[in-house]
Write a protein that binds this ligand. Sequence first.
Ligand SMILES: [Zn+2]
Ligand SMILES: [Zn+2]
Length: 294
Amino acid sequence: MMKIIFLGTSASKPTSERNPSSVALQYNNGEFMLFDCGEGTQRQMIKKVSPMKISKIFITHLHADHIIGLVGLVQSMKLNGRTQLLEIFVPKDTIEYMKTLFSIPYFSADFDIHVIGVFEEKIDFDGYWIRPFPVSHGVPAIGYVFGVNDSRGKFNKKLCDELGIKGEMFALLEKNGKIEIGGREISIKEVTGKTKKGKKIVYTGDTEKIEVFPEEAYHCDVLIHESTFVSQEDKKETYHSTVKEACEVAKLLSAKKLVLTHISQRYETKEVADESKKYCENAIVAEDFLEITL
Ligand SMILES: [Zn+2]
Ligand SMILES: [Zn+2]
């Protein structure tokens, strides 16, 4: 099970309703990950996300409204006695810039922080994976596809009994994918139910509309797309997207659900929602503390 928690949904600066960008993801009711960490993120986390359970932070780009919350968050982790490694993923070529964020005077963490530069390579973790991809924002910037591995179905108990699979044989079957009983080889697929497809989330960070995505992004369960502007007139030549453009990307990717975020302070939520309804039935506008369970 996965839970997405929107901690900050505002573009550039906080408003009375919205904090700057950050999205938390809880994997399997345990470990948390953050996507971006704007100013004030740790306050938004109170009662929702434990800083001590954050294993990884995925940064899309180094504009201040996406990273300024990191220093305070790391400071709090230190005060709470954290010893566990923290991994921070950033667009490649920005590793040194990210490190300067932690070089302010009289500041240190008592635990290891690894800053890892990424661009387009898929990275596998225990049970899930991440696939960064380049976006277009005028500075080095990436989006991320987060995916959970497919999981196999449950053992068919009746069939296992009939074939004589018992006790430690199950562990062997899991480990090797097959087992031999009475001269017959039995594969794990024969005795388990249908494979369960893992869920996928795409998070664009800040970007103007792009049309090239990695294949992993298609048919995602949730597309979290920035939609800073409602009208093209407001957008002008900025490297951001309009609601209409975000809806077009959702169609391109055949996303099951579109969540619009990074909303300019000039708009009321209703204005953004009304605009999205013109182009996309499955779109919602994120509010701070919106939770989506997958
Ligand atoms: Zn931004
Ligand atoms: Zn930006």
